[in-house]
Design a binder for this molecule. Structure first.
Ligand code: GLU
Length: 452
């Protein structure tokens, strides 16, 4: 049997990290087995027009690189891939149930007779779950009476207005699209016995099910779209790399046998399996996600890094075509976790004006003999002919020697004077990148600033 997985979002208007993780697991599983990954839009319940609610979902999947083999825009032999366009197929399946006497009308709705016997879901993650749908559904809690009352256990599959219910169309589509593995959120586990009952009456073997644990906030609360890190488009805007987000999402509910944490997409495809999906709910940790992104940032080849970082530099007013950008990127990525942080780390090299951190200035200005330190520094740097790292370093050394001081004592004043703060990328390469004229002017201006 060939592997066919699917991601079946409703057009909610955004791609949530929980949904994106489900998509990723299905995509990885299909890629691992050389199968197909299908994107199906479950828009029968949705009041919104599908294009409007779907745009961000498709954009998010594309940005993550989770391209679908069949689905919207791509097409495929089992289309259409929007449920709203599949009505004729559902009608045909309903007719099958009517012929078999499995359904009946009830006040305009159509109900499916659920069997009065145990149904066991054998889930690849959650284990076995057995329920009797008939018994389970024959009572319901009446909130007004505050007691259990008799209920009709049979499943409504079509509403009086003619629209079909999720359970029915979900199963029909999985049959028609020949889905072999359903990997979805654990919130659907309780629906699965109903789905199995439908597969059975259609005489079709059900797919393999793997329900993945929920993804919660660190404090155990349910993650809403307002929580930090919840929406995929925010990762794009905030300077994350798609492969890092995939890497982090993979770890949210799955672990490799050897506890590896940083994966390329190729490694994920190779190592991902359903057996590694954890049973316990995962807890979303933004700090860890940042860490994973930083690790990926440091592994990027220079050209890919430049391409990814370009929009962020442009936004900061730095020309991505500047010949110094390669050096700037190399320096910035040692300290950045996201692309969006990089321009800030190196911007002092690209502009005449810099901002001074008052605390950093105060720290240096109060030092004894700071005036001499700065003028020795300036004089030594003025004497540098070939403005390169070695020469700049030698000049700082020389200035320190002249005053009988250690080079270390010169580094902080030099950093604050030329870059405005006490922290940042390596000082000497930053000075080289900033250029001789600018560096010398800054040291002179700074000396005046603290003397006044
Ligand atoms: N449309 C369902 C949802 O968004 C997907 C159900 C499924 O994957 O079977 O939760």
């Amino acid at each position: 049997m060939s592997v066919r997985t699917r991601f079946a979002p409703s057009p909610t208007g955004f791609l949530h990290i929980g949904g994106a993780r489900t998509a990723l697991y299905n995509w990885l599983y299909a890629r691992h087995h050389g199968g197909a990954f299908v994107l199906r839009v479950e828009d029968t319940d949705s009041a919104r027009h599908h294009e409007e609610g779907l745009g961000k979902i498709l954009d998010g999947l594309r940005w993550l690189g989770l391209e679908w083999d069949e689905g919207p825009a791509t097409g495929g032999e089992f289309g259409p891939y929007y449920q709203s366009e599949r009505r004729a197929i559902y009608d045909r399946y309903l007719a099958k149930l009517q012929e078999g006497g499995h359904v009946y009308e009830d006040e305009g709705a159509i109900r499916f007779r659920v069997p009065d016997r145990d149904i066991t879901v054998v889930d690849r993650v959650c284990g076995e779950v057995t329920v009797n749908l008939h018994q389970q559904g024959s009572k319901r809690w009446d909130a007004e009476k505050k007691e259990e009352v008799e209920a009709n256990p049979d499943l409504v599959i079509r509403r009086p207005d003619g629209s079909y219910i999720f359970h029915f169309v979900n199963v029909v589509d999985d049959i028609e699209m020949q889905i072999s593995h359903v990997i979805r959120g654990e919130d659907h586990l309780s629906n699965t016995p109903k789905h199995l009952a439908l597969f059975e009456v259609f005489g079709v073997e059900a797919p393999v099910y793997a329900h993945i644990p929920l993804n919660l906030n660190k404090d155990g609360s349910k993650m809403s779209k307002r929580d930090q890190g919840a929406l995929i488009h925010e990762y794009v805007e905030n300077g994350f790399l798609p492969e890092a987000v995939n890497n982090y999402m993979a770890l949210l509910g799955w672990s490799s046998k050897d506890d590896q944490e940083i994966f390329s997409m190729t490694e994920l495809i190779e190592k991902f399996d359903i057996d590694g999906i954890n049973r316990a709910n995962s807890k979303f940790d933004y700090e860890k996600c940042l860490w994973v992104n930083g690790e990926h940032l440091r592994q990027l080849g220079p050209d890919v890094l430049a391409k990814n970082a370009a929009p962020f530099f442009e936004k900061a007013g730095i020309d991505p075509g500047d010949p110094r950008l390669g050096t700037a990127l190399g320096l910035a990525r040692e300290r950045a976790q996201r692309l969006s942080e990089m321009p800030d780390l190196v911007k002092t090299a690209f502009f005449d004006e810099i901002e001074y951190d008052p605390e950093a200035v105060a720290k240096v200005a109060g030092r004894e003999g700071i005036g001499e330190v700065l003028s020795a520094l300036k004089a030594a740097l003025e004497g540098v002919g070939d403005w390169c790292e070695d020469a700049v370093k030698t000049a700082i050394h020389q200035a320190a020697d002249d005053l009988g001081q250690k080079m270390g004592a010169f580094m902080l004043p030099c950093r604050v004077a030329t870059m405005g703060g006490t922290t940042g990328p390596d000082l000497v390469p930053m000075m080289v990148m900033t250029g001789k004229e600018r560096v010398i002017k800054r040291i002179g201006d700074f000396a005046e600033k603290i003397a006044s």
